[in-house]
Design a protein around this ligand. Sequence first.
Ligand code: PGA
Length: 260
Amino acid sequence: MLKQQRAKLVVGNWKMHGRLAANAALLQAVVQGSDEMPADVRVGVCVPSPYLAQTQLLLEGSRVAWGVQDVSAFTHGAYTGEVAAPMVVDFGATFAIVGHSERRAYHRESAELVAVKTQRALEAGLTPIVCVGETLEEREAGSTERVVGAQLDEVLAKLSVQEAARLVVAYEPVWAIGTGKSASSEQAQAVHAFLRARLAAKGAAVADVPLLYGGSVKPENAEELFRQSDIDGGLIGGASLKDQDFLAICKAAAATSVAG
Ligand code: PGA
């Protein structure tokens, strides 16, 4: 099979997991393992905000980037409990997941709010990882493209071409998240190709933004997924909490990378 031209990116989404001691062990193992990765495989972890300082301390100077799982739609002010994008930049973070389906579902985040959060992340200099994905009912009703297309369009509409070119987009079918039931590589590739066309329609500079797949990525299915022509890596939940699994997924990215 032809090697892809785009670099691979694997990002862990720890969700609301981790404590100081466990984080230290996990981060140290990931740093060690990532040293062996080819240069065109990028690795990142998105941690709970209270652990940003610890993460910065342990990852600074390593190959592993870090970020958060959400940012506020505001830059500062009387918004109790919120974390602003410039605050996370203070801790060396470079990524911010926005619009994860857990936030859309459990925190009632609208497509409009996700778009505003994306703008705040970009303004602060972060790389937003914008998540889109359909529920099982939506897939079964044949609405996948309509749903993910609308989610992406809402974000793209608020951005210039230059801003949109700085995004990472993650396709995460809701029915595949944390369920152990990944999308097949064909299902994922079909949606990625659709999203790629949508991005390209925004402008040529946007066509090559990294498109990650997320939803029950494991060492056993990662390579097959990452070999698809429009899948540039993964957003990894459960498996990112186990160093050996996460590193095995990074190795799968390496095996499918240009240099791998
Ligand atoms: P999962 O989660 O890998 O545990 O399915 C992915 C995600 O929600 O980002």
